[in-house]
Ligand binder design. Structure first.
Ligand SMILES: NC(=O)c1ccc[n+]([C@@H]2O[C@H](COP(=O)([O-])OP(=O)(O)OC[C@H]3O[C@@H](n4cnc5c(N)ncnc54)[C@H](OP(=O)(O)O)[C@@H]3O)[C@@H](O)[C@H]2O)c1
Length: 286
């Protein structure tokens, strides 16, 4: 496939580009951060159209986003400009060229009030600006295109970006004790596993909404404890509440998503989160 990738310099983007290339696909990477011909600002409609028309891809993998959940609260216009308008620009360019769009979205489109895993068909009700702006991107795609994949994922980490696993390991080596939130439930997802799933989904030709997350569920506290156990770091970690942490953006209490569409389509599930974490820490050992 000829694949145009946005957000190619991001944590997921870098792994997606290398996964696509290693599987023999032709990739056109783009990002706001890139220098040269790949540089692309998603909020610039003309630039988006020109870039897509020049590359003549068979599909666009849209991974670029304004991803800072807390900053989205104080900079809502920036979040909506990139995540809603930028996604609309891409959807329009895909419409003009007659190609499908694969968009990576988030568990934060849900309010977290359920007590069992969210299905692809459940009502969305984002709590904060980031989730609202990503949901706005989903809506633009659903309104403009008939051939799209919306792939919601959660709690991403990978070797190409700043992430929870490295942050916890580093903090534990520097401090006597850590405190981590124990009342938010979700599914950690390794970018390498997600990149493979994105490719499977795109190649299935079965358009629609997907949830794609690491298998199983945990809390940030138990995730942190597992990181320290596997990395052999003895620093104690103590559970705290979301209220105690007092972050600017509200977050869903329970955002575990069942990967039902993957199951129904007979596509391989992502590995269990503990298995993925062991593999990740394996490649991170000095
Ligand atoms: N990280 C998670 O836990 C998580 C969870 C669920 C869903 N997701 C979704 O997964 C996707 C990838 O996330 P990630 O963690 O890999 O994000 P990331 O590392 O922040 O990468 C996003 C990339 O998009 C770029 N970008 C921002 N504004 C842009 C613009 N106007 N034009 C072009 N590029 C722009 C960013 O550049 P700058 O860094 O210079 O802004 C960055 O290189 C995103 O769609 C995100 O919403 C992430």
């Amino acid at each position: 496939m000829k694949v145009f990738v946005t957000g190619a310099e991001g944590m997921l983007g870098k792994d997606a580009v290398s996964t696509l290339r290693s599987e023999g696909h032709e990739v056109f990477p783009s990002d706001l951060r890139m220098e040269g011909p790949g540089k692309l600002d998603l909020t610039d409609e003309k630039a988006v159209q020109t870039a897509i028309n020049r590359a003549q891809p068979e599909i666009v993998f849209h991974l670029g986003a304004f991803t800072d959940v807390d900053k989205s609260e104080s900079r809502p216009l920036d979040a909506f400009r990139v995540n809603a308008l930028g996604t609309q620009n891409l959807a329009l360019a895909c419409l003009e060229l007659g190609i499908p769009l694969l968009y990576v979205s988030t568990d934060y489109v849900f309010d977290g009030k359920k007590d069992c895993p969210y299905l692809e068909y459940d009502q969305t009700a984002p709590l904060g600006v980031y989730g609202q702006s990503k949901r706005a991107g989903e809506l633009h795609i659903q309104q403009l295109l008939s051939r799209f994949f919306i792939v919601r994922t959660s709690w991403l980490y990978g070797s190409q970006g700043k992430n929870f696993v490295d942050t916890i390991a580093k903090a534990a080596r520097e401090r006597k004790e850590l405190t981590v939130v124990n009342d938010q439930f979700g599914s950690p997802t390794y970018t390498i596993d997600l990149a493979k799933a994105l490719l499977d989904i795109a190649q299935s030709g079965r358009y629609g909404i997907y949830h794609a997350t690491g298998g199983g569920e945990t809390t940030w506290f138990h995730f942190a404890a597992k990181i320290l156990e596997l990395a052999n770091i003895p620093t104690p970690v103590l559970p705290i509440s979301t209220e105690e942490l007092n972050r600017p953006a509200p977050r869903p209490r329970y955002s575990v998503m069942r990967n039902l569409a993957l199951e129904l389509a007979g596509l391989p599930p992502l590995p269990a989160w503990e298995d993925a974490l062991s593999r990740y820490l394996g490649i991170r050992q000095p």
